[in-house]
Design a binder for this molecule. Structure first.
Ligand SMILES: Nc1ncnc2c1ncn2[C@@H]1O[C@H](COP(=O)(O)OP(=O)(O)OP(=O)(O)O)[C@@H](O)[C@H]1O
Length: 254
């Protein structure tokens, strides 16, 4: 199967002014392009990003909060060029990594959340107290003095989300947050994410995670292959992936 799926029009006007724009973005990593000429206006509240391993999803996600900068083109978040406003981006775009251990710095839950509150401008002493109140709001008051290493993977992921949310970002980017979670834990986290007022951009291989989403973008070899309603994009991607698996079994690649 070699045909290119035509993009599905997304009603950007209905969704409001784009919060995020990528304009002709090319990104090189390891001396080769991993994103090529990507143009996207991301305005919808719930956007999924899918694609095969190595297709460029994490790289694109990292462009959104300034962890990576484009080699060509521009990335704008709420009108700010990421190249010129890198220091402001972490407060606008919260980022959740696949592995919570890459995000958590402090030994206890309250210290981790307290640090985020300090980053958001609270004095240290007030931050420690407020951390307990934040945990209580999430029904996790009993976590405050818990060592982070004693939390399960799902609990650590929830801690990361709570810690990022205290910065009150306008956008939450989650890069494969479910990959080590069991189904029940994943469903709970999905429900929590669904309840957030933030714009959410979710990178995931779990194709059923996008129910209720406004839009899904499929990346293929560093380019947008299809972009539109979740059902249509996920179905096309599934067909493509299954054809690719079949062709690989037969010694061919689509
Ligand atoms: N630190 C790095 N240095 C060099 N190349 C990298 C680096 N990180 C990723 N790449 C390359 O960039 C390409 C895109 O990787 P990326 O992680 O963005 O893909 P992905 O779609 O998120 O993949 P996955 O689903 O496996 O997480 C891959 O070819 C990868 O090898």
């Amino acid at each position: 199967m070699r045909h290119v799926e035509l993009p599905v029009a997304v009603d950007a006007a209905a969704a409001g002014a784009p919060a995020i724009r990528l304009d002709k973005v090319t990104l090189n990593r390891g001396g080769r392009p991993v994103l090529s000429d990507v143009t996207l206006a991301l305005a919808e509240r719930r956007i999924g990003l899918i694609g095969a391993n190595g297709s460029g999803k994490s790289s694109l996600a990292r462009l959104l909060n300034g962890l990576l900068m484009p080699d060509e083109g521009r990335v704008e978040v709420h009108g700010l060029d990421t190249r010129e406003h890198a220091a402001e981006l972490p407060r606008k775009v919260g980022f959740i990594f696949q592995n919570p251990d890459h995000q958590i710095i402090f030994p206890t839950v309250a210290e981790e959340i307290g640090f985020s509150l300090e980053q958001a401008g609270r004095p240290r002493r007030a931050a420690r107290e407020e951390a307990k109140a934040v945990l209580a709001r999430h029904g996790r008051a009993h976590w405050a003095e818990r060592p982070v290493h004693a939390l399960s993977e799902g609990e650590k992921q929830l801690l990361c989300i709570i810690a990022v949310l205290v910065m009150q970002p306008a956008v939450l980017v989650l890069d494969e947050p479910f990959s080590s979670l069991d189904l029940t834990t994943r469903r709970r986290l999905e429900a929590m994410i669904a309840s957030l007022p933030q714009q959410v951009i979710l990178v995931a291989h779990e194709l059923d995670a996008f129910s209720g989403y406004d839009r899904v973008v499929w990346l293929h070899e560093g380019r947008v292959r299809m972009d539109g309603a979740p059902e249509a994009v996920v179905a096309a991607y599934r067909r493509f992936a299954e054809a690719a698996a079949g062709a690989a079994e037969g010694g061919d690649t689509p």
